[in-house]
Design a protein around this ligand. Sequence first.
Ligand code: PEP
Ligand code: MG
Length: 320
Amino acid sequence: RQQSERAAAHVDCRTADGERIEVFANLGSVAEAQVAVAHGAEGCGLLRTEFLFLERDASPTEDEQLQQYQGIASALESRPLVIRTLDIGGDKPIPYLPLPAEENPALGLRGVRTSLWRPDLLRVQLRAILRVQPVEQCRVLLPMITDPAEIRAVRRMLDEVRRELSITSPVQVGAMIETPASAVIAGRIAREVDFLSIGTNDLTQYTLAMDRGHAELAHRIDGLHPAVLNLIAMTVDAADEQDKLVAVCGGLASEPAAVPILIGLGVRELSVVPTLVPQLKSLIRTVTVDACRSLAQRALSMDTAEAVRALANEAMAPAR
Ligand code: PEP
Ligand code: MG
């Protein structure tokens, strides 16, 4: 079975009733890009660029960043590469970026807030991203967005950088939906960008007010909580209204129990752990959009994550 799954992993993925679902990979290095391609990923839906900034004495130069991004773009051949701007915060301290002391780092300077607080670092990163060849292969993704003004501020800088580099083609920009604020006003966020990408790890943490690394609460930090699912539904509906693509790149997209629900909520692009691409594609091929829709509708009205999980597992049983 595994061998045929591997072969099928390189074929475009459709549900049993023919709906196209794109399966991308989340990456954090050049090596992972090769693994992703070998496993049939259709591109990279989330490059976590933090790996470039950690464990060093100074921030990586424009050329150092370009070399890494170019290596990943080349390893992906012509597949799309979504590069997320630096998502660093007080919980991942880096010596050359002293952040003010924070009592609640998860609620402090992180993601796009850090980038706008240190625009010099953002400018270098945007220049490196825009110098990758071919320039159309890369898209820019902004983490921890809470309102459209943040996007407009980054876009202003992006336009300056495009002029500096004489880039005439547009550069696609996306916003991560990973705060409840951005999900609630997803329509207004979607207006400012080309695509949305839902980060279920942080969206779950901030919606449930439970630290994503908390050991005692770990069993309750579940993206299938109906509150999280309702925020995902709001986001997809708002994006659909404006014909903007919405992907899910958080951990929920890598969970077999969650994938039919996400499809039922209208998600058509997943970005997942590279080695899970074959398994998830073969799961998707067994479901129909209609069945996913009714499953999702039921999930939205349940009252606990546990109940949603029981429902999802029951629905998946015949597919196993
Ligand atoms: C997320 O929050 O779901 C996400 C994809 O980003 P990260 O896990 O890197 O915070
Ligand atoms: Mg996140």
